[in-house]
Ligand binder design. Structure first.
Ligand SMILES: Nc1nc2c(ncn2[C@@H]2O[C@H](COP(=O)(O)OP(=O)(O)O)[C@@H](O)[C@H]2O)c(=O)[nH]1
Ligand SMILES: [Mg+2]
Length: 257
């Protein structure tokens, strides 16, 4: 659920990158981090365990525009892909305002994509999230490789409601900002309606807002990004409870600004 802070006039919108392990979710966040002007983003925070160096989650807060007199912050989060982190995936999904499903386009990974999407469906049910209604964007990633699942097949299997989809090469940044803009366009009007009771289908109004809202989501040149590459924050966690506490803490911290 989007989080509203009346004191600081801030709205936090939570976007979750979901998908099988190694599909490219972290790569998306890293690219956004590197290419966004630092005025528009906070630190990229990665939660990792003591024992192995597996990243559990990544969280990147970004600022984008206004709803009325409220500043809009997006909280971008990834979920861990490995099967045994089901409980953690569930807790990240809690309260999400939009989902980007990052699929791995390689043919041998078709089952992994379907399994992950099934998991998403199950977890949404348990959180009373209607997967047919929540803002959802599909990113068909790794289109630079060979033996690819055709987009049409992906859409038929995963995307019967024909949500927006984007072909991507996240390592090169292809489709990364496009996916982010698509999910923003879908999620901002819904949040606005929920918080202020404004209807999202007043079209002129909505598109005007979107343009303004997305002003901050512009890619900057590579030089600027490289200079900031060292600013990743790593937080050690031990248990699932640690992870949930840490995520709650981070969410609140970033929405306070
Ligand atoms: N060839 C190719 N490799 C990619 C692409 N996106 C991500 N990768 C690689 O896939 C691996 C897993 O990516 P990562 O973002 O860590 O996956 P995550 O588990 O979904 O967070 C890394 O080695 C990435 O460099 C892509 O579009 N093309
Ligand atoms: Mg990752």
């Amino acid at each position: 659920m989007s989080f509203i802070n009346y004191a600081t006039k801030t709205i936090a919108i939570k976007i979750v990158y979901y998908g099988p392990g190694l599909s490219g979710k972290t790569t998306n966040l890293r690219y956004i981090y590197l290419k966004l002007d630092s005025a528009y983003r906070g630190d990229l925070v990665c939660l990792e365990t003591d024992t192995d160096r597996t990243y559990f989650f990544d969280l990147l807060p970004i600022r984008a525009g206004m709803i009325g007199e409220f500043k809009v912050h997006f909280q971008l989060m990834t979920v861990p892909g490995q099967v045994f982190y089901e409980a953690s995936r569930k807790s990240v999904l809690r309260g999400s305002d939009g989902i980007i499903f990052v699929a791995d386009s390689q043919i041998p990974l078709l089952d992994a994509n379907l399994e992950s999407f099934d998991g998403l469906r199950r977890n949404c049910l348990q959180h009373d999230i209607d997967l047919m209604k929540i803002p959802l964007v599909f990113q068909y990633n790794k289109r630079d490789l060979s033996y690819l699942i055709p987009v049409e097949t992906f859409n038929n299997l995963l995307n019967p409601r024909r949500s927006p989809w984007v072909e991507a090469v996240a390592t090169k940044g292809v489709g990364v900002f496009e996916s982010l803009r698509e999910i923003s366009k879908l999620s901002v009007p819904v949040v606005r309606e929920r918080l202020f009771g404004e209807k999202p289908h007043e079209e002129a109004d909505a598109s005007q807002f979107s343009a303004r809202d997305l002003e901050g989501l512009q890619e900057k040149g590579p030089e600027a990004g490289e200079a900031r590459a060292g600013q990743l924050t790593q937080v050690k966690v031990k248990s699932r409870q640690d992870i949930e506490d840490e995520l709650d803490k981070l969410s609140k911290e970033y929405s306070r600004e």
